[in-house]
Design a protein around this ligand. Structure first.
Ligand code: ATP
Length: 236
């Protein structure tokens, strides 16, 4: 389980996160929605130990990232699909990551299969990859350690409709196998179809934290705009 517990983050005068608390239970997908600059990436970066909270805690199975003894088996993440060395092939990128985290090299073939990158594609250097292929590679890398939690910042970015459906099916299967999946997205319709829960954030504050059923899935867009436009008005 992923837990954000009264998380606050200030960047100088900017209050990026304001007392944010929510949970991502095991065996579920939680969609993390909010306008540009709402605080989604900041919350994920704190969870993954990339930056420190001003106050509060973010934990995976009760531990802060720095205190996790086997991070790759605990949490997989994709924050920036462009952050891959362009001169390596996809297969080399994954083989290197597998060696670093100590998983069997055969796992590389499995995760390539899971994300739908072919053997031929995996033998090409990353500089020739489309954004969608980089997204697939990044998700493959996040899955290498068979983690109990998965954190993805806009995983559908750059994917074609087939890719979006494939990632949706993959994340559903990963969650059904017990993983706690947190994904940020601007694709409301996609999140409504995939997620079990949705958390909406605006200007660093949680505006909604709810489970998704048929009714909330249909109303998600209306609810999103009503909550985030109220935010705009109250800030004006
Ligand atoms: N390193 C930083 N230094 C200063 N301000 C920052 C930094 N990182 C983020 N911010 C600010 O914190 C706020 C939250 O940004 P964040 O990137 O978390 O939003 P987001 O919800 O992920 O947005 P997007 O949907 O555009 O990715 C914004 O006001 C942003 O300008």
């Amino acid at each position: 389980m992923i837990t954000f517990d009264h998380l606050t983050k200030r960047y100088g005068a900017t209050l990026a996160l304001d007392d944010v608390s929510f949970e991502v239970p095991a065996s579920s997908v939680t969609g993390f929605l909010g306008p540009n600059g709402a605080g989604k990436t900041t919350a994920m970066r704190i969870l993954l130990g990339h930056t420190r909270a001003t106050s509060g805690r973010a934990t995976i199975d009760g531990r802060q990232y720095a205190a996790i003894s086997n991070p790759a088996a605990t949490v997989g993440a994709l924050l920036d699909a462009q952050a891959v060395h362009p001169g390596r092939t996809g297969a080399e990128t994954l083989a290197l990551a597998a060696a670093v985290i100590g998983v069997d090299r055969r796992r590389v073939g499995q995760v390539l299969d899971l994300v739908g990158l072919s053997v031929a594609e995996s033998r090409r250097t990353v500089k020739g990859y489309s954004l969608g292929m980089r997204q697939r590679l990044g998700i493959a890398q996040a899955l290498l350690g068979s983690p109990r939690a998965l954190v993805l910042d806009e995983p559908a970015n750059g994917l074609d409709p087939q890719g979006i459906r494939a990632v949706r099916d993959l994340l559903r299967a990963v969650a059904d196998a017990g993983c706690a999946v947190l994904l940020s997205s601007h694709l409301l319709h996609e999140v409504a179809q995939l997620a079990d829960r949705v958390v909406i954030i605006g200007r660093g504050r949680i505006l909604e934290d709810t489970t998704i059923d048929d009714t909330t899935a249909q109303d998600l867009e209306t609810r999103y705009f009503s909550l985030t436009s109220t935010e705009d008005r109250s800030a004006a």
